[in-house]
Write a protein that binds this ligand. Sequence first.
Ligand code: PLP
Length: 446
Amino acid sequence: MSENKRERASEATAFALTDGVSPQFTTKLHVGRPNVGNFQEFVALAKSCWDSRYLTNNGPMVRRFEERLQEIMRVKHVICVTNCTVGIEIVLRSFKFKPGSEIIVPSFTFVASAHACANVGLRVRFADCNPRTHCIDVSSVRDLLTENTVAILAVNVWGNPCDDAALRSIAAQRNLKIVYDSAHAFNCSGFGGNGIRGSFGDAEVFSFHATKFFNSCEGGAVTTNNDAVARAVRQYRNFAFVDYDHVVGFGTNAKMSEMHAAAGLVNLKCLDRVIELNRRNYEEYKRGLGALKGIDLLEYDDDDDGSKWNYQYIVVRVDKKQFGISRDDLVVLLHAEGCLARKYFYPGVHRFEPYRRMDPDAEKRVPNTIAISSEVMTLPTGTAVDLHMIRNICALLANVERSRERLATFFSRAADVRVPPNPQGGSLPKSIEKITESPISEKSGG
Ligand SMILES: Cc1ncc(COP(=O)(O)O)c(C=O)c1O
């Protein structure tokens, strides 16, 4: 039993955080709960790897997985890797940029996008994001170009497509590489379906981390239509060996294991079902949240034109002025109810060390990132929720709206005791303490 029936009408606007009633959801509802396929099928594939002693080094399972992904994405080359972060690194390594070269990266992304660039010796310059799509803002990219700029790492945030045509035209004028961090964008296509994600830029890199709607436990893939890029990426995935006796650069070990490929192959079978589920959940949230002022669901563009989405993120922007409660307070309140909403991508990568020290001016350049990262949260979807739970999450938010004045007073008092922290720790409501102490999940953000 995952939901707690609040049968008495008087409890409708009572909250676990403020009134001590039991949480609405007794089993916690997660954002990014892994979607998995049939375990017996996985066992059968894993056994065949085990028995053959082919456990890694581009074995038959990885090749099969790459073939299936190639069919789905209709792209010439798919190169499976250990994860998206290392995938971005090997793509950039394979371009052999001069040390100290600059790469333009959005600040509104998971920190891995910037780390991958910095880890290969590139200087990261942070661009702002577009307030509608949350993807990199093209005019912000133009403002950052210098004679040292060698590449743009654009992120297809929530599976939304970046403005590829505009980025391509900048790249062509300045002879830059474009790499897409498509960690969110597997099985999406923008631009009216003219190209499934996988075939844009010099390369795209996908994440198959457990929290993504499609996963291979850990994993990722580099995709490209460019033969030379594919060849180099395959080499850099394997220490930059070109044959037994020759190494051509600073490669690394980015090989996906056979077990991970087996998990990916099994989970791929559920792909359409999970997307359908995500879409159904998204439509239900759309119906349920439509009337709430100051709670704006990020809409996926109309897909009548052939565009495709994976609907893996339910993205909500909380406007404190209209809703009466800030995003941060709402996240605390929802957590106390067992609904583990997540802030995204707070506070903006440019504010993390060492980037803050390396690029202190970024703060002035990214107003959209600052505003959006302080107002956006994601809500549970996928197999973590059914329609009934979604209706209850929406009803909970409606009750918050109804109780906004009382809650605003509560939070203003709670803020008093939070800043500066109370040395005795006594007056902080227990549920807030718990939430601030425990990490949301093993990995925050991505
Ligand atoms: C935008 C973005 N880029 C990169 C990553 C890193 O992916 P991985 O965990 O596969 O390295 C993530 C995910 O977590 C992400 O959300």
